[in-house]
Write a protein that binds this ligand. Structure first.
Ligand SMILES: [Zn+2]
Length: 190
C-alpha cells in the first residue's frame, strides 16, 4: 500500500493579512490551496497549526523576525484559527504544535493522541506534497522532516507564502539539498 498526502502548514489567521504576524499573500495562498485540493486527488489531506501556550523565547516584545516573533497563534484565540478562505472540509486530521516550544515543524505536531509521522505511517503514506505558510520557516522545517523520515517530498511553492526574500532563498537551497522537489515559485511580498 502506498498513498500520497497533502500537508497544509499553518494557514492561520495570524499568518495572513490583518493577523499578528501577517505574511504578505497569506490569504491568497489559503484560497489557492482550497482550489488545489478541490482539483487534485490526494489519498489524504491533513493540516498543521501553530498553537502556542508558552513557547518561551519564540515570543518577544522586540522580535528579530528570524528566531523571535511577536505573539501569534495563541491556543484558543481567533488568530490561531484557520483562515476562512481555507476549505477545511477535506482536512482529515489537524496536528497542533508549538504549545511549549518553537514548533516550526509539523512533525512536532500531534492530534492530541497521535503524531503526524505515526498518522501518515499507519495509512501507508510514502509521498507528500507540502504547502502553506511560511515558506522560510514552518514549510521549510516540515518538508525537511518529511524527507528525513523517508517520505518522497514535493513543496508546491506557488501554494506557499514567505516572510522575507533572504530567508526564502536560503530555505529553497536547504530544501533542494535535501532532495526535495520544488514546484513553482513562492509568494514573497517583503
Ligand atoms: Zn510560532
Amino acid at each position: 500500500m502506498t498513498a500520497k498526502a497533502l500537508i497544509i502548514v499553518d494557514v492561520q489567521n495570524d499568518f495572513c493579512e490583518g493577523g499578528a504576524l501577517a505574511v504578505g499573500g497569506g490569504a491568497g495562498v489559503a484560497a489557492a490551496i482550497s482550489e488545489h485540493v478541490a482539483s487534485t486527488s490526494y489519498d489524504h489531506v491533513v493540516a498543521t497549526r501553530d498553537y502556542h501556550v508558552d513557547p518561551g523565547g519564540h515570543f518577544s516584545d522586540e522580535p528579530d523576525f528570524v528566531r523571535s516573533w511577536p505573539r501569534h497563534c495563541v491556543a484558543g484565540t481567533a488568530g490561531a484559527a484557520f483562515h476562512p478562505d481555507l476549505d477545511v472540509v477535506p482536512v482529515e486530521a489537524v496536528f497542533s504544535k508549538g504549545q511549549y516550544s518553537d514548533g516550526y515543524s509539523g512533525f512536532d505536531g500531534s492530534t492530541g493522541e497521535e503524531s503526524l509521522h505515526d498518522w501518515l505511517t499507519e495509512r501507508g503514506v510514502t509521498e507528500v506534497d507540502v504547502v502553506g505558510i511560511a515558506t522560510d520557516h514552518c514549510v521549510r522545517a516540515t518538508a525537511l522532516d518529511a524527507a528525513e523520515r523517508g517520505l518522497r517530498t514535493d513543496v508546491r511553492l506557488d501554494l506557499t507564502a514567505g516572510v522575507a526574500r533572504r530567508t526564502v532563498d536560503t530555505a529553497l537551497d536547504d530544501l533542494a539539498n535535501a532532495g526535495i522537489t520544488l514546484l513553482g515559485t513562492p509568494v514573497v511580498r517583503t
